[in-house]
Ligand binder design. Structure first.
Ligand code: AMP
Length: 422
């Protein structure tokens, strides 16, 4: 029988790699909490129409990357390719707007896009994201961008570039789209095949093209900032000033449009420069989407958000040894003391220590080998002698010191040693 394998572009995350994931997730959660965000969890599956309406029919995601299926009840459903649309659906459905003027939501979880798999680009990938509803900015835009850079900094990811743009209002974008199309149409034959296809339906995406010929043509074309109106300009200028006050260095990139249709005004992307990232250098992307909530049935409500990809953060992390996941490895000499040993472990775990043991009744040597490999700070040995004297032998696995410790003093002793290491 052929061996079953995971779906292409969808990866297993095995221990101990999973502890690196926890580190990233914990960091994101503690930073976002320190900015007043609270977590939202939405289903992995949503009605297909949600993404068609929110992301836009002419985007790559909706045109060719969604995992859509018809369920037994004939509904067309889709594995979420991103979370903003789902968060907005939940925000509108539960009428959150009527209960609080501003909502700050964070989320974490898998997204699904049928892209061509490559290093840093997967078909199931994980995003950490944040959304703010009810604030038109620009102060909140600055706070959000600064928060994203703070997550990266706290993870130790240093070499980053924040690219910033403004797309203006929906009507600005509409006028710009027309102007860009008028400019590109006469030279359509010189554009790449992909860009020719995009010319009619979504010419803004041509600005994202990686083809040098396309880039040379768009470089000479009209720029979005020639089209944005005075209030969009004021919003953008204030944002730039605020970011500079907050010490966030930005690069203006008028070619930044990103793949989704719903953006208005602020748009940003954080690029990483770690060589491990290869071509997939976008660590984080986000922007303002002031028209999305009304377009999905809610009342007028400005919104802004971002998402960062966990796999790409992990590729960018500095090499650091994985922290140990254990404090104590229990070694029981003589199978008759296993029950006693388990009682001791139960007590230590109840006190917050992370404890493991080999419960298969192996030799002392083999148990010590596992203790050494486990990464625990201490081996705790229990045999005839120790039981008789109400003691344990505590071996420091770093410096190999061994001490006999009275059972009633064990907790205090361990607490001091483990805390001093933390
Ligand atoms: P987006 O939802 O396209 O704005 O992407 C936001 C972030 O998610 C990107 O900056 C990446 O870090 C990450 N990301 C997007 N697509 C993928 C993918 N297919 N595989 C891995 N990470 C991704």
């Amino acid at each position: 029988m052929a061996t079953l394998r995971s779906v292409k572009g969808m990866n297993d995350i095995l221990p101990p790699e999973s502890s690196r994931w926890h580190r990233v997730e914990r960091c994101f959660s503690s930073v976002t909490q320190s900015y007043g965000f609270q977590e939202v969890r939405t289903p992995l599956v949503e009605p297909t129409a949600l993404f068609q309406r929110a992301i836009g029919d002419a985007t790559d995601i909706v045109e060719k990357e969604m995992y859509s299926f018809v369920d037994k009840g004939d509904a067309s459903l889709t594995l979420r390719p991103e979370a903003t649309a789902a968060c907005v659906r939940a925000y509108v459905q539960h009428n959150v707007q009527s209960r609080e003027p501003v909502s700050k939501w964070s989320y974490a979880g898998p997204m699904f896009r049928r892209e061509r798999p490559a290093k840093g680009r997967y078909r199931q990938f994980y995003q950490l994201g944040a959304e703010v509803y009810g604030d038109q900015g620009p102060y909140i835009d600055a706070e959000l961008i600064e928060m994203a850079t703070s997550v990266l900094r706290q993870l130790g990811i240093q070499d980053i570039e924040v690219q910033l743009n403004s797309l203006g209002s929906a009507s600005t974008r509409h006028r710009y789209r027309e102007a860009l199309r008028d400019y590109l149409q006469p030279q359509a034959a010189k554009l790449s095949e992909d860009s020719q296809r995009r010319l009619e339906r979504n010419p803004l995406r041509i600005l994202d093209s990686k083809s040098p010929d396309d880039q040379a043509i768009t470089a000479q074309g009209p720029k979005i900032h020639e089209f944005i109106d005075a209030s969009d300009r004021a919003h953008f200028d204030s944002l730039c000033t605020l970011l500079s006050k907050l010490n966030v260095k930005v690069t203006l990139n008028q070619g930044l449009v990103r793949g989704l249709d719903y953006y208005t005004r602020t748009l940003f992307e954080i690029q990483g420069h770690n060589a491990n990232l290869g071509a997939q250098s976008a660590l984080c992307g986000g922007g303002r989407y002031d028209t999305l909530i009304p377009s999905l049935g809610g009342s007028e409500c400005p919104a802004v958000g971002f998402a960062m990809g966990v796999e790409r953060l992990l590729l960018s992390l500095p090499e650091t040894p994985l922290p140990s996941n254990l404090d104590v490895f229990m070694v029981v000499i003589g199978e008759e003391w296993l029950g006693e040993g388990m009682q001791l472990m139960q007590m230590l775990r109840a006190q917050g220590f992370r404890v493991d043991a080999d419960l298969r009744g192996q030799s002392l040597r083999s148990q010590m080998r596992r203790a050494d490999k486990s990464g625990a700070r201490f081996a705790l040995l229990l045999g005839d002698d120790e039981v008789a004297k109400a003691q344990v032998q505590l071996r420091d696995l770093q410096n190999k010191d061994t001490q006999h410790v009275r059972r009633d003093e064990l907790l205090v002793y361990l607490r001091q040693s483990v805390d001093s290491q933390a």
